[in-house]
Design a protein around this ligand. Structure first.
Ligand code: SAH
Ligand code: SF4
Length: 423
């Protein structure tokens, strides 16, 4: 989401004649687009800001801007403690950036704009995209779900969806510019609703766009995944057979405390449906350990659900207390050492499951899109399967953006090795 927002911001500035520079010492303005979802993400930004402060000391005219969710969350603290930051803009204020930048160039005053909007979806602006394979396309912004651990509803504001016509125009333009894949984005992508167009309708419309070879979306909420969506995914050749299905926790008691709105049984039932309806599907997930009140028994239930589903991959996190959220007020916060121990055990189990899923592919022929040269050797391609797994294979034929049949020959942990079929 932040990559997409940064491309949008770059597009806004380029329209005004600003140019990007790869050399930070040459820049007249430096912006950092920030994430507030976990403490760790914020810590990384603070450390980067330390570097910018040093640059500012040697180039006092350089303008430093902090954009995005941390700006929204920490505006007062930044103004007080980091006076070298000139501009603080929340996620709904990027459109004003050129005007703000001009004002800042004219007078030496700090500028803060963190007004959230019920309407801003950045229609009519075109992001300046960097790589040429997958275009990130934001289709909705904000979140109304209010999971009790999550800061997103507070930093990104209320849910709002973009006009499908504008979305399709943007994708057609990306394809004209050489992109072959699209990932539709939203904090709650499948809550998309514009007049009577629901997410599944939009997905169908987008998949019919000529020249679009691969269509993905993220991040869906399990409560809004239904059979119709899975059937549309199974029927459409260019909608990838991969789905992000974020579990968060396996015990009903914790899911309830998290306000996740589904139960363990509902989640298990749908995971089964996903594998039954979409053959060869890859399922990824998000899991939090150490949510306030999580007992060893609750944690065991998370491991049990993982054992049943055997996710293809998982993003795993230690619970991090976030301001404004309900969970911060809960008692029974879990000790750091316990969180760490649970995370280690969870990661170990997930490694086994990833290997299990990858081994299932050995000896099978799968369609792989060539995305880049392998980092390890210029004689190898690195490409992705429909189910979102990376495969390394000898460059016997093919070019970047080609989809070619590859026979999987080996699975080592997360990496698959293969050989172009017929070569
Ligand atoms: N809208 C998406 C998630 C967006 S945030 C969804 O509902 O699935 C991405 C992930 O960060 C979440 O799925 C969750 O696993 C993790 N996360 C969010 N807040 C967190 C917190 N306070 N501590 C730890 N992990 C968190
Ligand atoms: Fe956060 Fe929950 Fe909204 Fe996802 S659905 S962004 S986890 S509040």
């Amino acid at each position: 989401m932040n990559v997409a927002d940064s491309e949008l911001i770059a597009g806004i500035l380029q329209k005004e004649g600003y140019k990007q520079t790869p050399n930070i010492d040459e820049a007249t303005a430096i912006f950092i687009n920030t994430c507030a979802v976990r403490d760790h993400a914020e810590a990384k930004v603070h450390s980067r800001l330390g570097n910018f402060n040093r640059i500012k000391k040697s180039h006092p005219d350089v303008i430093i801007g902090m954009l995005g969710c941390m700006a929204q969350n920490l505006k007062d603290e930044i103004l007080e403690n980091k006076p070298y930051i000139d501009i603080v803009l929340g996620p709904d204020s990027y459109r004003k950036l050129p005007v703000i930048l001009n004002n800042r160039l004219k007078e030496q005053k700090h500028i803060v704009d963190t007004q959230l909007s019920r309407f801003e979806v950045y229609d009519g602006l075109f992001p300046s995209r960097k790589e040429g394979i997958n275009a990130w396309v934001s289709i909705m912004r904000g979140c109304d779900k209010f999971c009790t651990f999550c800061i997103v509803p507070f930093t990104r504001g209320r849910e709002r969806s973009r006009n499908p016509k504008r979305i399709i125009q943007e994708i057609e333009r990306a394809i004209k510019n050489g992109f072959v894949g699209v990932t539709l984005l939203g904090q709650n992508v499948n809550s998309y609703k514009y007049d009577n167009i629901a997410f599944t309708d939009l997905l169908k419309q987008v998949s019919a766009i000529p020249g679009l070879l691969r269509l993905r979306y993220t991040s869906p909420h399990p409560s809004d995944v239904n059979e119709k969506l899975l059937e549309v995914m199974a029927e459409s050749k260019n909608i990838c057979n991969s789905i992000h299905f974020p579990l968060q926790a396996g015990s009903d008691r914790i899911l309830k405390r998290m306000n996740r709105t589904y139960t363990k049984n509902h989640f298990l039932k749908y995971a089964k449906k996903i594998r039954a309806i979409i053959p060869g599907v890859g399922i990824s997930t998000d899991i939090i350990v150490g949510f306030p009140g999580e007992t060893e028994e609750d944690f065991q239930e998370t491991l049990e659900v993982m054992d049943i589903i055997k996710f293809d991959s998982a993003y795993t996190f230690k619970y991090s207390s976030r301001p404004y959220t309900k969970a911060i007020e809960y008692d029974e916060h879990i000790a750091e050492a316990v969180k760490k121990d649970r995370l280690d055990r969870l990661i170990k189990l997930q490694r086994q499951h990833t290997l299990f899923r990858n081994l299932e592919l050995v000896d099978q022929v799968v369609d792989v899109m060539v995305e880049k040269e392998s980092k390890k050797s210029s004689e190898y391609w690195s490409g992705r399967t429909d189910s979102n797994k990376w495969v390394i294979f000898k460059k016997d034929t093919g070019n970047i953006k080609d989809i070619i049949p590859v026979r999987i020959t080996a699975a080592h942990g997360v990496t698959l090795k293969g050989k172009i079929e017929g070569k």
